[in-house]
Design a protein around this ligand. Structure first.
Ligand code: AMP
Length: 311
């Protein structure tokens, strides 16, 4: 079985992270970085994004050494995108303190000709006009997955509506699902969002797992319970990258593959939060992944359907 490649478009960044444990500055981050590293555990990855002159070449070569093609990462004059966030004491919420778009301000995604036939496409959280611009440059992909955020939901609802009609799967968190639909109940919110276009919807709930909705109903995967959580930055992107990487590697969009992909996504999210920035994610081996998947299966194993028989 030959594995399909994944195309990921999104931010490559420097993050300044104010955590309860201390402040960490100039941490390499960005949605595309987290997603690409996660997906690279499964298959070859192609990234489209932009960095400034200050971005270390060593990081790009680290990415390349993992089978991530960085030919689509443009190096523009100026500084790399920078995001600064402060986390609450229990890490359950965060506040954006500063966003400096820098080279990202004039970013127009240009998909290299060699990337245009990529069958699995992940549109990271960027302006929906740019997400649509990416889609107009690629040839009939097998699966298009997109992420978005509150900023675009409130500010660019028309373009976001167009995007929703052009994608197969939307991956957002519970807060975003509520804002997008205007409905508090997540099951009703999911039906409303799916009626606008995407056949599949995944609602992430951080440590409380993820819900997948499609025409067969709802499916749930828990977050893996961890003793030490250091930094949730990028967990959502690692989830999306892991999910995409798995689907591209197995080449199936059938229900069992989608369910397993959600568990793999959850596993990648759990590794991500174990380190500051993408540090832990970079270290994860396929053996570590196998071990975590076994632990995951143990977590939800009930001894088969009879375990639920009422005695
Ligand atoms: P997550 O924790 O999964 O929401 O992703 C965090 C990553 O998103 C960080 O590494 C940031 O650099 C990046 N990020 C934050 N704000 C934006 C934005 N407005 N556009 C694109 N990427 C962003």
């Amino acid at each position: 079985m030959s594995k399909h490649p994944v195309l990921i478009v999104g931010s490559v960044a420097f993050d300044d992270l104010e955590m309860p444990s201390g402040t960490f500055e100039n941490v390499v981050g960005g949605a595309a970085t987290y997603a690409a590293v996660a997906a690279s555990l499964f298959t070859s990855v192609r990234v489209v994004g932009v960095v400034g002159e200050d971005f270390p070449q060593g990081v790009l070569s680290d990415l390349r050494s993992r089978g991530i093609d960085t030919a689509g990462i443009e190096q523009a004059e100026g500084k790399t995108f920078r995001w600064r966030g402060r986390y609450a004491h229990d890490l359950s919420s965060r506040t954006t303190l500063d966003t400096q778009l820098n080279v990202f301000a004039d970013f127009r995604p240009r998909i290299p000709p060699a990337f245009r036939d990529t069958p699995y496409v992940l549109l990271g959280n960027i302006h929906p006009a740019l997400q649509l611009e990416v889609l107009s440059q690629i040839e009939r992909p097998k699966l298009v997955v997109a992420d978005t955020m509150n900023f675009w939901i409130s500010g660019e609802s028309k373009l976001l509506g167009e995007l929703l009609r052009s994608i197969d799967l939307l991956v957002i968190n519970d807060e975003e699902a509520r804002e997008l639909s205007g409905i508090h109940n997540l099951v009703k919110a999911a039906a409303d969002i799916r009626a606008r276009g995407p056949k599949h919807l995944i609602i992430k709930r951080g440590e409380f797992g993820a819900l997948h909705f499609d025409d067969q109903g709802v499916f749930f995967a828990p977050g893996y319970p961890l003793e030490d959580v250091l930094d949730p930055t990028g967990a959502g992107d690692s989830f999306a990258g892991g999910l995409m990487g798995y689907l591209a590697a197995v080449g199936s969009l059938e229900h069992p593959a989608m369910r397993r992909a959600i568990y793999f996504g959850s596993a990648l999210g759990s590794f991500c939060v174990e380190g500051i920035g993408p540090k832990r994610l970079f270290e994860v081996s396929r053996t570590d992944l196998k071990t975590r998947m076994d632990q995951f299966m143990n977590l939800v194993e009930t001894g088969g359907p009879v375990a639920f028989a009422v005695p």
